[in-house]
Design a protein around this ligand. Structure first.
Ligand SMILES: Nc1ncnc2c1ncn2[C@@H]1O[C@H](COP(=O)(O)OP(=O)(O)OP(=O)(O)O)[C@@H](O)[C@H]1O
Ligand SMILES: [Mg+2]
Length: 473
């Protein structure tokens, strides 16, 4: 039987005032609502209920995944943001070259809208025919591999996925060929890019498994030579030996962004990797991802690889960080996030330091080259910045973090959350859905995030290019 809440009379003459909801909870009422204790089978029941809900036709209509289609870009956007030509000149060139994509207008004589594919074709045309003084195509030294950027911080909710997704999209708009790798079993990046991931076999899992399996095979060849019994290769590993990066890469609704997706099963890797390492101490568990990206030619097929990592420094993150050339560490300008990001750098030092130490003991004994992790650039980046509330904190961080802190701050913008389910982030949103001012300001902050990153990217490539030339000379 439920009991009426006790009402207390306030002295303000504004009638009865309800007490806070946590007063007067009767133990028997609480018990009646509680339900039976939940065992492991309870999780199966909960999962089953959710699965039935997802299968409901109403739910299916709400599911926007798999139906993603990239919007078109207007002449205004193309000439303002994507190809550095004046709009009248752009129109004249299209008119004079009827073979070029002409765009589609929504009304008679209305503004022309282009798919990204068309924009990419137009850019190539301007690059070959247009003014030599302008940079139509982004800088990409020939003969050098793709650069890999990892966005990581073990603190949750700091803007890793938003930053990674926006970087991937702005680089794609800029004309780079991008591969996005989701290392977070929450799969947020995967949803953003409309990825379909049945199970762990469509994630990086088989790539890591294959790297281990190949190490195991190499070890067994040595054992055979010594007349020792081989280590066993189970079904999973035998299966993984057949998988290459090409098998797990999927296309997305962006013509120049591909994806290696993630889903919950990928979390299994966090348990499996240490077990493999125990069985074979010589397996370099941090190198699995980069090895496969190299061997399977992924690094030569793309310009940029963007890794989104989970809010933890687990084995997947370690693989991501070891593979990365550039590491971005997003954090909010609050004391709490500053504090925990400082600890993150501490843990990175301890983790990679102990890997180096372990390897180099053996290397020194054998006289082989020592292992030294090196990144082109490491930058903490303030995200969700509120200049009114957080200026002092951000300045303090800048003062103390110096070279590790990007001077650029990504503003808080309502556009990120507002863009809604159907579209992800500013670059997918149609500017006509927003107040133009809000759009321009929101876009500016992510354009500036990209500019900050692109400078690191180009600088790093340039260094490699000069090293290569110096080596050849
Ligand atoms: N510049 C921004 N302005 C406003 N909101 C933002 C901005 N960047 C991120 N957010 C919001 O902050 C929240 C957390 O962002 P995000 O999911 O990118 O963080 P994360 O670090 O990837 O989280 P997790 O640790 O769970 O993976 C999201 O709701 C996102 O929309
Ligand atoms: Mg995330």
């Amino acid at each position: 039987m439920s009991r009426k809440p006790l009402l207390s009379r306030s002295g303000t003459g504004r009638g009865p005032q309800t007490q806070p909801p946590y007063f007067n909870i009767h133990p028997d009422d609480a018990l009646a609502e509680l339900g039976a204790p939940v065992g492991t089978a309870g999780f199966a029941a909960a999962a089953e209920m959710a699965a039935r809900g997802r299968a409901d036709p109403v739910g299916q209509q709400l599911n926007v995944e798999g139906r993603k289609e990239l919007r078109r870009f207007s002449t205004w956007e193309v000439t303002r943001y994507l190809i550095p030509v004046a709009a009248p000149h752009f129109r004249r060139v299209l008119k004079a070259n009827p073979d070029l994509p002409q765009g589609r207008s929504e009304s008679e004589g209305g503004t022309k809208w282009f798919t990204l594919d068309e924009v990419l074709k137009l850019r190539v045309f301007f690059a070959s025919e247009g003014s030599r003084a302008k940079h139509y195509l982004p800088y990409r030294p020939e003969g050098l591999p793709a650069k890999i950027v990892a966005v990581a911080n073990f603190k949750g909710g700091v803007g890793k996925t938003s930053t990674a997704a926006h970087l991937a999209m702005s680089a794609a708009l800029d004309g780079y060929r991008v591969l996005v790798v989701d290392l977070d079993s929450q799969g947020s990046m995967t949803s953003i890019f409309g990825g379909r991931v049945e199970d762990e076999w469509a994630t990086v899992f088989p790539l890591l498994a294959r790297d281990y399996a190949e190490s195991l095979q190499a070890e067994n060849r040595l054992r055979m030579g010594r007349g020792e019994p081989p280590l066993s290769l189970d079904d999973t590993l035998a299966e993984a030996l057949k998988v290459s990066a090409r098998d797990v890469i999927q296309t997305t609704h962006w013509p120049n962004i591909d994806l290696i997706g993630a889903q919950l099963n990928l979390y299994w890797a966090e348990f499996q990797i240490p077990v493999w390492r125990m069985a074979l101490k010589s397996w370099k568990l941090w190198d699995g991802l980069i090895n496969r990206l190299e061997v399977d030619n992924v690094l030569s097929n793309y310009d940029l690889i963007v890794l989104d990592t989970p809010p933890a420094l687990g084995y997947l993150t370690i693989n991501g960080l070891a593979a990365a050339d550039i590491l971005l560490v997003p954090l909010g300008a609050s004391f709490l996030e500053f504090d925990s990001t400082g600890r993150f750098f501490d843990v990175l030092h301890a983790t990679f330091g102990s890997i180096e130490e372990g390897e180099n003991l053996a290397a020194r004994a054998l006289g082989t080259p020592e292992l030294r992790f090196e990144w082109d650039a490491v930058r903490a980046v303030v995200t969700r910045f509120d200049g009114v509330q957080q200026m002092e904190m951000a300045n303090l961080m800048q003062t103390y973090m110096g070279p590790f802190m990007s001077p650029y701050r990504q503003d808080f913008t309502a556009l990120v959350g507002q863009a809604g389910e159907q579209v992800s982030g500013i670059y997918e949103a149609d500017y006509r859905d927003f107040n133009r001012e809000t759009y321009i300001r929101g876009r500016e902050t992510f354009d500036a995030t990209y500019a900050m990153f692109k400078k690191l990217l180009i600088g790093a490539w340039r260094r490699d290019e000069l090293d290569l030339k110096a080596g050849a000379a």
